[in-house]
Design a protein around this ligand. Structure first.
Ligand code: UTP
Length: 294
C-alpha cells in the first residue's frame, strides 16, 4: 500500500571544505543567507510540503544546528519584555517542530549519512533535502516530487539541466522522457567528465526515496572520492525497480559553492521587504562604479 511522505532527512555532516576557513569549526549549513541559516530554508520548504518528522544528520562541530532549532527561553522572554513582537514571532516560528538528530561519526559520504537515518525512517518513503541547494521559496519542487512519487510509487530524483562545463560536479542521468518534465532513468553516473556524461541532466539536492535503499547502502563500499555515494546505491536500486527524474525548471542556488552562495544572498536579499529597496540602490551604485553598461 502506498505510504505518505511524512519524514525528511537533512544531511548536514559534511566537512564543507569549499568554505574553509569559515567551516573549520562551524557548520556550513549555519551560514546565513540574509537573516536565516541555509538549513532553515530547507526546513521551511519541507514544512510547506506537509513533512511531519525532521531528521538532521549532524557531525563534529555541528552543535549550533541543534541550538538553532531549540527554543531560546531567555531570548524569547527578553524580546517579549521589550515588545519586539516581530522578532519574537520570527525566532519561535519553528518551535512546534520536533527534530531528531543523528550523529554521523565520520563524514563517509552522502550515502552513509542517509544510511545513518535508517532506524528513524523504518519502512516509509522519505524525502532528502541538501540544504546547500537552495530552492527559491516561490517554487514548488518538493511538493511536485511528492505528488509524482504518490502517482508512480517509485523513487523520484530532482534534476536540472546544467552547462556541460559544470557537469563534472554532479550525478548525471540518462533517461527516457515519459512526459513533460518526467524521465524514467536508465543510467546514473557520479561526477562524469563532460565527454562521458550521458546527458546534461544533473541530480540536484532533493530526493524522494523508498526504504529499500537502506539495504543497498548497507552493502556498498566507498566509491568515487573514497565516499559512500548515494548515486552508487541508486545504480544498484535501478536494477530492481524503476526510478524517475523530475526536471526542475525553477531557480536553484548551489550555495555550497562560494559564487552560488553569493548569488543566493543577492537574489534572496532583493526579495526581502526589509532590505530590498536599500540593497537595490546599493547594487546600482556598485554596477555604476564598475562602469558596466546595463
Ligand atoms: P557536499 O558534497 O556539499 O560536501 O555534501 P560537503 O562536505 O558539505 O562540502 P565540500 O564539498 O567539502 O565543500 C552534500 C550534503 O551532504 C552532507 C553535507 O553536509 C551536505 O549537506 N554530507 C556529506 C553529510 O551529511 N555527510 C557526508 O559524509 C558527506
Amino acid at each position: 500500500m502506498e505510504k505518505k511522505v511524512k519524514k525528511a532527512i537533512f544531511p548536514a555532516a559534511g566537512l564543507g571544505t569549499r568554505f574553509l576557513p569559515a567551516t573549520k569549526a562551524s557548520p556550513k549549513e549555519m551560514l546565513p543567507i540574509v537573516d536565516k541559516p541555509m538549513i532553515q530554508y530547507a526546513i521551511e520548504e519541507a514544512t510547506a510540503c506537509g513533512i511531519e518528522e525532521f531528521i538532521i544528520i549532524t557531525g563534529k562541530y555541528k552543535r549550533s544546528i541543534e541550538d538553532h532549532f531549540d527554543s531560546a527561553f531567555e531570548l524569547e522572554e527578553s524580546l517579549k519584555k521589550a515588545g519586539k513582537k516581530r522578532l519574537l514571532e520570527e525566532i519561535s516560528r519553528l518551535n512546534h517542530i520536533n527534530f531528531a538528530y543523528i550523529r554521523q561519526r565520520a563524514a563517509l559520504g552522502l550515502g552513509h549519512a542517509i544510511y545513518c537515518a535508517k532506524p528513524f525512517v523504518k519502512d516509509e518513503p522519505f524525502a532528502v533535502l541538501l540544504s546547500d541547494d537552495i530552492i527559491d521559496p516561490d517554487d514548488t519542487l518538493l511538493k511536485d516530487m511528492i505528488k509524482l512519487h504518490r502517482e508512480l510509487n517509485a523513487p523520484v530524483l530532482a534534476l536540472q539541466q546544467v552547462p556541460m562545463s559544470e557537469i563534472h560536479k554532479y550525478g548525471v542521468i540518462d533517461g527516457i522522457r515519459e512526459r513533460d518534465g518526467v524521465y524514467r532513468i536508465n543510467k546514473l553516473v557520479e561526477k562524469p567528465k563532460s565527454s562521458d556524461a550521458p546527458s546534461d541532466m544533473a541530480i540536484i539536492g532533493r530526493y524522494i526515496l523508498t526504504p529499500d535503499i537502506f539495504d543497498i547502502l548497507e552493502g556498498i563500499g566507498p566509491g568515487r572520492g573514497g565516499e559512500i555515494q548515494l548515486t552508487d546505491a541508486l545504480c544498484s536500486l535501478l536494477k530492481k525497480r524503476p526510478i524517475y527524474g523530475y526536471l526542475f525548471k525553477g531557480t536553484r542556488y548551489d550555495a555550497g559553492d562560494k559564487v552560488g552562495y553569493l548569488k543566493a544572498t543577492v537574489n534572496i536579499a532583493l526579495k526581502n521587504p526589509q532590505v530590498s529597496d536599500q540593497f537595490k540602490e546599493y547594487l546600482i551604485e556598485v554596477v555604476k562604479s564598475l562602469k558596466i553598461n546595463v
